[in-house]
Design a protein around this ligand. Structure first.
Ligand code: ATP
Ligand code: SF4
Ligand code: MG
Length: 365
């Protein structure tokens, strides 16, 4: 599959090829923040399962505290105590060799994979850039650490190519990070992430600190570079509308779980999970037809003591009998997955009610 091909069309055209294009297989990933006894740990990511293909952009959206950054640091294995991966695997598929389970890799092996196989772009470029080094020297350091045969001049030339890709002129390589605008710093940190041509880039709210115009420029540059270099992206944001124009697929997180996952346009146009719908209607759409913004009543739960059953039930206007006692499983629904009793019990209950001549059209919507 090329970066230009939409993953769904690739599946339809050639399922074997789609399988072959698998880059990351995340299965049952569970991350806990451990606390001193007798306090139980805080499970910030629970049983996360999803695939990512080469050249694919997966958007991850959810309110504050839903576990997005915990997922990002677990994927890149940058998590530190008190975060502990207590279950699951992250298989990284590489061309010409067996897949690696990143969860089982020692730090030394992970260090080799960072930059060359996977790179991270943080919310603030200042977290990624060294404030006391000129930009060009930082690029040269990364490039030469992964290719010690590369001379200083060649590294500088490659750095100039990389910053040009994000619209920064080569003379800026002589600048220190504080001499650049916020947007330019963020674009430089994206170029730095691409330096060793990784197959995966994870981005945690990379455009939150810049204005809307710069945000659009950065997103379109990411898309253009993806066409050129065919890297896959996991892109985290709390703004679902942003993902509509960027992502191929979207995963929605709530209280540490994926509650819905599927092709971006379908999920946005017709959310199956009440939380996805609420999140969509909380942000003005960038391109889609204007809709009334309703938001979601209440606040996300504390993960220290999440509500029983479906963690969304105290805020859900469609909650019914099983919701406050049973946790819905993430189950396949066509080409997406959804964790909501409406889509498992709903049709059964509707059929039962229909038999008793009490229609429950609501549940079949
Ligand atoms: P935001 O949108 O605000 O960045 P997020 O979705 O990235 O939020 P995380 O930072 O992954 O959320 O945090 C998820 C949950 O993990 C938090 O609600 C908090 O309960 C818990 N958590 C995060 N960091 C720690 C920590 N160092 N110790 C204990 N619990 C933590
Ligand atoms: Fe609402 Fe119940 Fe679905 Fe949870 S499981 S989102 S409470 S309807
Ligand atoms: Mg975060």
């Amino acid at each position: 599959m090329t970066g230009a091909a939409h993953p769904e069309s690739a599946v339809a055209a050639d399922p074997a090829q789609h399988r072959q294009d698998l880059l990351l297989e995340v299965k049952d990933l569970t991350v806990e923040y451990v606390r001193p006894a007798p306090d139980p740990g805080v499970v910030a990511c629970r049983d996360l399962t999803f695939d990512l293909h080469r050249g694919e952009i997966l958007g991850v959206a959810g309110e504050s505290g839903s576990g997005k950054s915990t997922l990002i640091t677990a994927l890149t294995r940058l998590q530190r105590m008190p975060a502990v991966t207590t279950n699951g695997s992250i298989l990284l598929h590489r061309e010409g060799s067996a897949p690696l389970d990143l969860v089982a890799q020692p730090e030394r092996a992970l260090r080799r994979l960072r930059w060359s196989e996977m790179a991270i772009v943080m919310q603030s470029a200042m977290d990624a850039l060294n404030p006391v080094m000129r930009l060009g020297a930082q690029f040269a350091d990364v490039l030469r650490a992964h290719d010690p045969t590369m001379g200083r001049k060649a590294a500088w030339e490659r750095a100039a190519e990389l910053v040009a890709m994000v619209g920064i002129s080569a003379d800026r390589l002589r600048s220190y990070p504080h001499e650049l605008s916020g947007g330019m710093r963020q674009r430089a940190s994206i170029a730095l992430a691409l330096a060793c041509e990784p197959s995966l880039i994870v981005m945690d709210e990379p455009t939150t600190a810049v204005d809307v115009v710069m945000q659009r420029q950065i997103l379109s540059q990411v898309l253009r570079m993806r066409e050129q270099l065919n890297f896959a992206v996991v892109f985290v944001t709390h703004d679902l509308s942003l993902l509509l124009e960027l992502a191929d697929r979207i995963a929605i997180m709530y209280a540490g779980r994926i509650v819905e996952e599927g092709p971006a346009k379908v999920l946005y146009a017709d959310p199956k999970h009440p939380y996805t719908r609420g999140l969509r209607d909380s942000f003005p759409p960038l391109f889609a037809p204007k809709r009334q913004l309703t938001g979601i009543p209440g606040a996300p739960p504390s993960l220290v003591s999440p509500p029983a059953g479906c963690a969304f039930h105290p805020r859900c206007d469609r909650a019914f009998a099983p919701c406050d006692t049973r946790t819905p499983e993430l189950v396949a629904a066509g080409d997406r997955q959804v964790a909501c009793h409406l889509h498992t019990w709903g049709p059964l209950l509707a059929a039962e009610r229909a038999e008793q001549s009490a229609p429950l059209e609501e549940l079949n919507r």
